[in-house]
Write a protein that binds this ligand. Structure first.
Ligand code: NCD
Length: 313
């Protein structure tokens, strides 16, 4: 795996390695032998063109824990303000010879162009509505830890699915690992590009979608990606609280990728319930998963000689 842009970029052979490695790293409280890390002495550049708290912090910590030099670029004050294209900014930074560029980007399709134009690895930290593969890995590991397996586990995702890259990556990853995914939203916020299959079902009725769920994940309304019509949708019937959670299995866990809007898509007290809520575990495992992903892409880089080749075209 040279780049990690989509869940489908992860080869089967590497998928379980990533989850197992992240699990081990989390159990070791992220402590590694930095000197023997594939990242030791290398540079990671975090280039976030959209706001981020946990993903940026997790990638920065992950790189540092692996002994890399990590540069997180304050994009708001960068040359983008002076009219430079995102592709030129990425190529400019790639010329500084990082092993990995970690990019969060609003415009869909640009990450692929960047990956084709640079010879370092590119990791997707959130691309428009399309994908957020490392969040899905953190979510998969959280579920595996709480439920012991992904196989046969029923995961219900409630809220603004249409604009959510987390939902799309979770559908791709969780079904690949044997889970069933139920997507629950008002008609206008169900994705047009996600087909119902035996493993993925779409619901407009909250109770139907939640029945039998082992995991219930709430999503933030992505106002910044919505048109007028979507903004006018009433989501008050798609709220995760103790009453709606009662439709799921009695031991169902609650998840949210953050940032949470308490009282909007999720009840605050439920989010804080240490028995039902796995929200902070998602954050913790997010660091471990990003460590494993950075290790995986930089190992590939070494094999293909990227560290000696010029990192620009
Ligand atoms: C999400 C994102 O940015 O896609 N958060 C995250 O990375 N954990 C979800 C969101 O912004 O609502």
């Amino acid at each position: 795996m040279r780049h990690l842009l989509r869940v489908r970029d992860i080869p089967d052979a590497e998928l379980l390695w990533l989850l197992d490695r992240a699990d081990t790293l989390a159990k070791a409280h992220f402590i590694t032998d930095r000197a023997s890390s594939p990242l030791a002495g290398k540079t990671i550049i975090n280039l976030f063109f959209e706001p981020s708290t946990r993903t940026l912090a997790a990638f920065e910590l992950a790189g540092k824990k692996l002994g890399a030099d990590v540069l997180s670029l304050p994009v708001a004050t960068s040359s983008l303000q002076k009219g430079e294209s995102i592709l030129d900014t990425a190529r400019t930074l790639a010329a500084m010879r990082p092993a990995v560029l970690v990019i969060r980007q609003r415009e869909e399709g640009v990450l692929e162009k960047i990956a084709a134009a640079v010879s370092c690895s590119v990791v997707n930290a959130g691309e428009g509505r399309l994908e957020h593969p490392t969040q899905a890995l953190a979510d998969a590991l959280t579920i595996r830890r709480r439920k012991g397996t992904l196989a046969g586990v029923r995961v219900a995702i409630i809220g603004d699915i249409a604009h959510s890259r987390v939902a799309r990556s979770n559908v791709a990853l969780l079904t690949r690992l044997g889970a069933m995914v139920h997507l629950i939203a008002p008609e206008a916020l169900l994705p047009k590009d996600v087909q119902a299959t035996t493993a993925t079902r779409l619901f407009t009725n909250l109770k139907d979608g939640l029945t039998g769920a082992d995991v219930v994940m709430a999503l933030r309304v992505q106002r910044e990606r919505m048109d007028e019509y979507a903004l006018g949708q009433d989501i008050s019937n798609y709220h995760l609280d103790r009453q709606s959670l009662a439709f799921a299995k009695p031991d169902a866990i609650v998840m949210h990728p953050g940032p949470m809007n308490r009282g909007v898509e999720i009840d605050g007290a439920l989010a804080d319930d240490p028995v039902r809520s796995a929200i902070l575990e998602q954050v913790e495992l997010g660091v471990a998963v990003r460590m494993a992903c950075l290790e995986a892409v930089s190992k590939t880089g070494q094999k293909t000689g990227i560290d000696t080749a010029p990192t620009y075209c």
